[in-house]
Design a protein around this ligand. Structure first.
Ligand SMILES: Nc1ncnc2c1ncn2[C@@H]1O[C@H](COP(=O)(O)OP(=O)(O)OP(=O)(O)O)[C@@H](O)[C@H]1O
Ligand SMILES: [Mg+2]
Length: 244
């Protein structure tokens, strides 16, 4: 097993407000890490540091063995799928253009390859081809989220960052998307970092769960360990209702 992501003593503040302090984390290749914690505790900040959208004030971040501060940021982001919190799509682009955006960059002139990728991922996230020509404003919230997930996956990333990707879908659709994502993970062996506010979701999807509060790691453990031996009161309260 090789290390896919490593945070070494990372600090991040916004003005006076410290969000992450001396933050350390190691994620191995092929792990599915779910991240849960109080609103505002720094989950999105941490995720955006992996693809260089936010830079740390101090410390180092290594992704796929490289110190990302020394990497070309555009190339870095092309290798990392990112499903943004709120599922923001490019509003002036159709569904097809949204999903094919990164594959187009990667496949250069090979349109057939891009078309195949779009078709494949539309199918996997359960979207009908008839919406390919529509703009995001012409889709339901759940459809927009699925397009966002397809767009993140269509680039065939080795690493996938997902920030509350299933936040705006109904329970049945959510269960279906969770199942699909598990299947994608099983088939591709990609590394996933997945932020959620849903402890049941964190426990069912994650090979390990990271619980954060106030920029500090409360516990980082397998779902079984988290349920059996909660490390802090915060974790105990979080998992309490999952025990019944
Ligand atoms: N650009 C910014 N400028 C100033 N403060 C910011 C900025 N971005 C985030 N913050 C603050 O930093 C803290 C961490 O934000 P972050 O978005 O990482 O939280 P989060 O854990 O993802 O929360 P949520 O669960 O609500 O999405 C919050 O208090 C937030 O208000
Ligand atoms: Mg967030």
């Amino acid at each position: 097993m090789s290390m896919e992501i490593e945070f070494r003593n990372v600090d991040k503040s916004y003005g006076e407000k410290s969000v992450l302090k001396d933050f350390c984390l190691q994620v191995e290749k092929g792990e599915f890490l779910t991240i849960i914690g109080t609103s505002g505790c720094g989950k999105t900040t941490m995720l955006k540091m992996v693809n260089g959208l936010i830079t740390p004030d101090a410390g180092e971040i290594f992704v796929m063995g490289k110190d990302i501060s020394k990497e070309d940021q555009v190339m870095l982001r092309r290798n990392i799928g990112y499903a943004i919190q709120g599922g923001v799509l490019f509003p002036h682009m159709t569904v097809e253009q949204n999903i094919s955006y990164v594959p187009n960059l990667l496949n250069k002139g090979d349109r057939k390859r891009t078309e195949n990728a779009v078709e494949k991922w539309m199918g996997i996230v359960g979207l009908d081809d008839e919406i390919l020509g529509r703009y995001p404003a012409e889709l339901s919230g759940g459809q927009q989220q699925r397009v966002g997930i397809a767009r993140a996956l269509a680039a065939s990333p080795e690493l996938l960052l997902m920030d509350e990707p299933f936040g705006a879908v109904d329970e049945i659709t959510k269960a279906q998307l969770q199942k699909e994502l598990k299947e994608i993970y099983r088939k591709t062996g990609i590394t996933v970092l997945f932020v959620t506010h849903d402890i049941a979701e964190a426990l069912t999807l994650g090979t390990r769960v990271l619980v954060m509060d106030h920029g500090e790691i409360q516990q980082l453990a397998t779902p079984e360990e988290l349920l059996k031996n909660p490390a802090t009161d915060y974790v105990a309260r979080l998992v309490e209702k999952e025990l019944h």
